[in-house]
Design a protein around this ligand. Structure first.
Ligand SMILES: Nc1ncnc2c1ncn2[C@@H]1O[C@H](COP(=O)(O)OP(=O)(O)O)[C@@H](O)[C@H]1O
Ligand SMILES: [Mg+2]
Length: 332
């Protein structure tokens, strides 16, 4: 082989690697291009006292504008970590988070402050964390608008419109201690919406409330979504809440593991019926989390066999695994 041919082959390889790079970059920018919220392989590691907690382990999530999405998952699965990152209060260790065109990993201090003031609104579980105790409902709602160009009168007017839309206009002149827990949370939703944010984040907003009050607060979130056009991501433990949203995302071990989509269908009598389908999430690396309640009864562990069928993929237990163990590992 002549040296010319060798270098020729080298050039060809380099070109195709460069092309692959361009193609891969194109695919990266295409992922979530039109989405309002884009989480791409988000990792958040907490370190301290020699222990390392991987709260988010490569989480992917896309949320479109106008959606009301519920997020569920066991305690410690990473829900609050994600909400804090989306709120601009924390930054990812690795991966990309983009909300309404802002890259949350690389924002400077000024952009971050502006992002928190105008692009996101939040409602936390603790009613006391959402409202200032010495201000009335109306004053709480107008407070985030202090940096806007609206006149004082227009701000008060907007506060009253929001309070009315959320059914708490009677709380306009009350301080939080004179409101019920549900009224406080609905006033908090109004406050979160004051600047017309691109997205509203709510971390277990009904967690401290009894179930009837929780229903009212959730109804207020739905109003914020349908009547006021807010895109909402709400963390909840309440199955009654997740049953009422179109999309529920489940987090397990710091990753999105499954999604439940609900469709309204008309039955033969023309009545609307709700139809829920749970999907496993297939990430861009081709990974799927198999639910433990499906794998454990079949003794699936470490390895499974896959069989491609024309219209589906079969997953089978590794029948070799039992035999290896019976032989005391002699087969290995
Ligand atoms: N500030 C922190 N320092 C260390 N570990 C943390 C911190 N915040 C959360 N974690 C850990 O990260 C994991 C995810 O926590 P979190 O996001 O609060 O879960 P969730 O909201 O789903 O209950 C847990 O193991 C938790 O102990
Ligand atoms: Mg939490």
């Amino acid at each position: 082989m002549s040296s010319e041919e060798v270098s020729g082959a080298g050039v060809t390889a380099a070109t195709s690697i460069a092309e692959l790079g361009v193609e891969a970059a194109g695919r990266r920018s295409a992922y979530g291009a039109g989405a309002l919220i884009m989480c791409d392989r988000v990792v958040r590691i907490y370190t301290g006292e020699g222990i390392e907690v991987q709260a988010l382990q490569g989480l992917d999530l896309l949320i479109e504008q106008g959606e009301l999405t519920a997020m569920v998952g066991a305690s410690g699965s990473g829900k609050s970590t994600l909400i804090n990152i989306l709120a601009g209060l924390d930054t990812p260790t690795a991966g990309t988070v983009r909300v309404a065109g802002h890259d949350l990993g690389s924002m400077g201090a000024g952009e971050r402050l502006n992002y928190r003031r105008t692009e996101v609104g939040f409602v936390w579980q603790q009613t006391s964390r959402n409202l200032l105790p010495y201000l009335t409902g109306r004053q709480n709602v107008t407070l985030p608008m202090q940096f806007s160009r609206m006149s004082r009168r227009r701000r008060a007017q907007r506060a009253d419109e929001l309070l009315a839309a959320l059914g708490v206009v009677h709380c306009a002149d009350r301080t939080p201690e004179r409101m019920s827990g549900g009224e406080q949370q609905r006033t908090a939703i109004a406050t979160a919406l004051a600047n017309g944010p691109s997205v509203m984040l709510a971390d277990e907003p009904t967690g401290e409330l009894d179930s009837a009050t929780a229903r009212d607060v959730f109804a207020a979130l739905q109003t914020a979504n349908t009547d006021l056009g807010a895109t909402i991501l709400v963390v909840t433990h309440d199955p009654a809440v997740s049953a009422q949203v179109r999309r529920t995302v489940k987090i397990r071990d710091g990753r999105t593991s499954s999604e439940t989509l609900r469709h309204v269908q008309a039955n033969e009598d023309g009545e609307a019926t709700h139809h829920a389908v749970e999907y496993a999430v297939l990430d861009r690396a081709g990974r799927v989390q198999l639910p433990r309640d499906m794998t454990e009864p079949l003794g699936m562990r470490d390895r499974v066999k896959l069989e491609a069928e024309p219209d589906h993929i079969g997953v089978w237990p590794d029948d070799q695994a039992g035999r290896d163990e019976a032989n005391g590992g002699a087969a290995r």
